[in-house]
Design a protein around this ligand. Structure first.
Ligand SMILES: [Zn+2]
Length: 64
């Protein structure tokens, strides 16, 4: 499963996507190739983010 995070790259502010493998979750930047590991807690937290709007997919993150 991939989750997109638009303009989330700390290096170039490019579009990034988050994907998982056996080692856990990783965030990749499409623009500059930046990669970082993400703690599972951060993923769970972002999925469960309060504030509504989860169904609209307009909050900058959408699941593919
Ligand atoms: Zn980047």
């Amino acid at each position: 499963m991939k989750m997109w995070r638009f303009k989330n790259c700390p290096r170039c502010s490019g579009d990034t996507f988050i994907d998982s493998d056996i080692d856990g979750w990783h965030e990749h930047c499409l623009m500059c190739g930046y990669t970082r590991d993400l703690p599972a807690e951060a993923i769970a937290k972002s999925k469960a983010a309060p504030g509504g709007g989860n169904r609209t997919g307009s909050a900058g993150t959408s699941a593919l």
